[in-house]
Design a protein around this ligand. Structure first.
Ligand code: ATP
Ligand code: MG
Length: 423
């Protein structure tokens, strides 16, 4: 048996008033019902680092059914991991039952041929639960019974050294769940930690295994990376590890052909990071539209060279590029519609007056399409004039905007009118 290091209440920086009050409620109710009850994972890690946790995860020895009996506002979810979600308005506190050994010896835990975990529903003790977590820094437990932090893996040392080490053999752990490679990138970027060599090296070789993960899960993980507020850093690390090539093969091929596209993507992600840091909303369709922009343009150019009209060329390019991406990272239809709007509107934004200009300006996605246009301009595409036009237009008082877009009367129409008066 491994002996944990117990860091007592006075020896660590976590105090209860930093913990979300709904999470505290759940911790206490479990504890008062006689169960073990811990705050775990990112919540503990971030509090120790003086950061504000994104969410608070709770671990307990109560089974999901026992948790449900304690909370009226509880729903059980998940197949691979059966979890209890406790709802407080829009906030959800996730409660997981401590889990044990998932090796093939154990009939309730199932690995597939490549060593991937398919089911992981064997309940266990705290000591067993520790070893199924990914990085040491994610395996600290804050015990509500005595406010201590329990450390089985040497995680406190890693937090102090600002480094990330995988628990167990990194290669085995990445094969069990290849998404851990993306999590490595996400935490290293967010925390500005270094991944130690043993945990970083296998990623280069194992990156292709990621392709076996269901497309819906990869979409979720991709969004977490690009909407983390550290999108630029994530993007650079994904490239470095060869992970971007698996997630966005067409993007990487386009970057290899055209370094300016890389500049554009960095600008898009810088702008996304700024928006997130200042609390503005971001739409996943925007980053995805950017990642596929150059591949779309490439196909489009070929059709234009063949003499096809621009809208037809665009549609053909979309039919080529989008399905190929959705096989890797699927996305809800509503988002792919927004992407298409952004792409189609790039050409329409070349109209500065008349019916088409008015319709593009009143389009629900005008703002996104305009932002996209100006980022293209900032990255060196020849659309500076268009970006400037729409920027200036929006600076006009509202009453004047519509007038400015009205069709400009041509010399001929002026002439015709005059003639009419004479008759
Ligand atoms: P954040 O919430 O800031 O994204 P987190 O570390 O809390 O980071 P979650 O996805 O919320 O990450 O998961 C909570 C905890 O569950 C993790 O800290 C880790 O201990 C464990 N965990 C989550 N996903 C995995 C995984 N794929 N493999 C192993 N352990 C995992
Ligand atoms: Mg979390």
């Amino acid at each position: 048996m491994t002996q944990p290091t117990i860091i007592s209440r006075g020896e660590h920086g976590i105090s209860r008033d930093q913990i979300d009050h709904n999470a505290l409620k759940v911790l206490y109710r479990l504890h008062n019902a006689g169960f073990q009850s811990y705050l775990v994972g990112g919540g503990v890690r971030d509090l120790l680092l003086g950061l504000e946790p994104k969410d608070f995860d709770i671990a307990t020895d109560a089974t999901p059914e026992e948790v449900r009996k304690l909370f009226r506002n509880c729903r059980l979810i998940g197949r691979r991991f059966r979890l209890a979600h406790i709802h407080f308005g829009r906030e959800i506190i996730e409660v997981a039952t401590l889990r044990g050994d998932h090796s093939p010896r154990n009939k309730d835990g199932v690995l597939d041929d490549s060593g991937r975990i398919l089911r992981d529903n064997v309940y266990g003790t705290l000591e067993e639960d520790v070893w199924r977590r990914d990085f040491k820094i994610n395996a600290l437990y804050y015990n509500i019974a005595d406010f201590s932090v329990i450390d089985y893996t040497g995680a406190m040392a890693d937090i102090n050294d600002r480094k990330m080490r995988m628990i167990g053999d990194p290669e085995t752990r990445y094969r069990e769940d290849p998404v851990r490679m993306l999590r490595a990138v996400r935490f290293a970027s967010k925390l500005d930690f270094t991944i130690n060599k043993e945990s970083a090296d296998p990623i280069h070789e194992l990156a292709p295994v990621l392709a076996e993960i269901p497309a819906a899960r990869l979409f979720d993980e991709a969004i977490k990376l690009f909407h983390s507020g550290n999108g630029v850093k994530c993007f650079e690390l994904l490239k470095e590890f060869g992970l971007l090539e698996i997630l966005f093969p067409q993007t990487v091929a386009a970057i290899k052909k055209d370094a300016e596209f890389d500049v554009f993507l960095v600008k898009v992600l810088q702008s996304t990071d700024r928006r997130i840091m200042s609390g503005k909303t971001v739409n996943p369709a925007f980053v995805f539209a950017a990642l596929l922009w150059q591949p779309i343009m490439g196909y489009m150019q070929r059709s234009l060279n063949d003499g096809l009209p621009i809208n037809v060329a665009m549609q053909k390019a979309i039919d080529k590029v989008l399905p190929a991406q959705l096989r890797v990272t699927s996305m809800p239809k509503r988002l792919s519609m927004i992407m298409k709007d952004i792409w189609f509107m790039q050409d329409r934004l070349k109209n500065h007056s008349g019916k088409r200009a008015i319709s593009v300006f009143s389009h629900q996605r005008f703002r996104a399409a305009y932002d996209f246009l100006c980022l293209r301009s900032a990255a060196g595409e020849d659309v500076e004039k268009d970006c400037r036009f729409w920027t200036e237009l929006q600076e006009l008082p509202e009453a004047k905007q519509e007038k400015a877009l009205r069709p400009k009367k041509s010399f001929m129409s002026h002439f015709k009118k005059k003639k009419k008066v004479k008759e």
